[in-house]
Write a protein that binds this ligand. Structure first.
Ligand code: MRU
Length: 353
């Protein structure tokens, strides 16, 4: 039993687990160009907010190697252009621009292009390492919050393969499994791209966690029928007031948790908070192609030419969230006031004092 990983820096190269092919094929891809990285993020080969940030950070470092400029200024300009390009690969997960901005801030210190290349790679590695530590700590806090609760529901994949390791919402299950603590996890399949069925079920099975798959439409019935005691999900962007964007279907679960009187937890690292965004209304919601709904795999399930609305994320209003679990601590109550306090943030997203 082991916890799967999805991103590695190996022999000077960026290697990812191709999540499009899971669970039937374990396929690793080496991303050699910035276009490779953009495409891997856009097509969900690498996905999950923190993993997108880590991949983009390495992507910027990989791209920088090809810049042979005469001056450091020209080098920095080229890196800026690359960051803008990668930043457009997906709109909702703020970890993407957070990671790119962190690299841009670091590379400014370079006195030569070669020094800049080294700084970019070091910072990408640091983001990768920090995310693993953050997720482990999130798992510890989540375990304490879930004390006495065994049957837990989740959606999408906020797991090890969506981060550096452990995941956010799935971290307590991985840590619990290492320590002999028993959970019964109910995973929503997560239409339209089945990250729950394909990824969460596979990941938890790899780690020896008891997991049961349900369709998204079975959530309400299952909470009652199986005695679900808590719901835990990840996040792609958390606004200053606590409103949280996460995979489409998350809002349904939050409303159900409220109706059934069970806690609804969001687990996310500090890099997923965007305090420059005041509320959920300002969060950009990605819309994806119609075929993700009209087809399952390559098989059409709706009449040809069917009109489709395919938002990839929804926003759960803060008042439906019982607690936000971060590596810095558990945030409850008045989110507007307590988020900056617990994260120890000052002016602007992601900056730590
Ligand atoms: O479209 P995806 O698969 O990238 O969406 C992922 C999610 O919504 C996750 O819950 C979120 O990114 C948190 S991952 C730790």
């Amino acid at each position: 039993m082991s916890i799967p990983l999805s991103i590695a820096w190996t022999d000077g190269q960026l290697v990812i687990l191709n999540q499009q092919k899971l669970p039937h094929e374990i396929d690793y891809l080496t991303l050699e160009t910035i276009e490779d990285v953009y495409e891997a993020i856009f097509t969900l080969k690498v996905r999950g907010a923190p993993a997108i940030g880590i991949a983009a950070a390495y992507g910027l470092a990989v791209a920088a190697r090809r810049h042979h400029t005469e001056t450091v200024e020209a080098f920095l300009e080229a890196v800026q252009t690359d960051a803008e390009y990668l930043g457009q690969s997906r709109p909702t997960a703020v970890n993407l621009v957070w990671a790119l901005e962190r690299l841009l801030e670091t590379v400014k210190k370079a006195e030569t292009a070669e020094a800049g290349k080294a700084l970019l790679l070091e910072e990408a590695k640091r983001i990768h390492q920090e995310d693993e530590a953050s997720c482990r700590q999130i798992g510890e806090y989540a375990l304490s919050l879930l004390e006495g609760q065994e049957r837990v529901m989740t959606i999408c994949n906020a797991g090890s393969i969506a981060t550096a390791k452990y995941g956010t919402a799935l971290a307590p299950f991985h840590l619990g499994s290492e320590r002999g603590r028993k959970f019964e996890v109910y995973a929503c399949e997560t239409r339209p791209v089945f990250q729950g069925a394909r990824l969460t079920v596979w990941e938890l099975q790899q780690s020896g966690v008891d997991v049961t798959l349900i369709t998204d439409s079975m959530a309400a019935h299952t909470i009652g029928a199986k005695g679900i005691e808590a719901i835990i999900v990840g996040a792609d962007r958390i606004a200053a007031n606590g409103d949280t964007a996460n995979k489409i279907g998350t809002l349904n679960l939050a409303i159900l948790a409220d109706a059934y009187g069970i806690p609804f937890y969001v687990a996310a690292p500090a890099s997923t908070f965007d305090l420059a965004t005041r509320s959920g209304e300002e969060i950009p919601i990605e819309e994806r192609k119609a075929e993700e709904i009209t087809h399952i795999g390559n098989q059409p399930v709706a009449p040809l030419g069917t009109k489709v609305f395919n938002p990839a994320f929804d926003v759960t209003p803060a008042h439906l969230i019982s607690a936000i679990i971060t590596e810095k601590g558990i945030i409850q109550g008045d989110f507007q006031r307590n988020i900056p306090e617990v994260l120890n943030l000052y002016a602007g997203k992601g900056e730590k004092s």
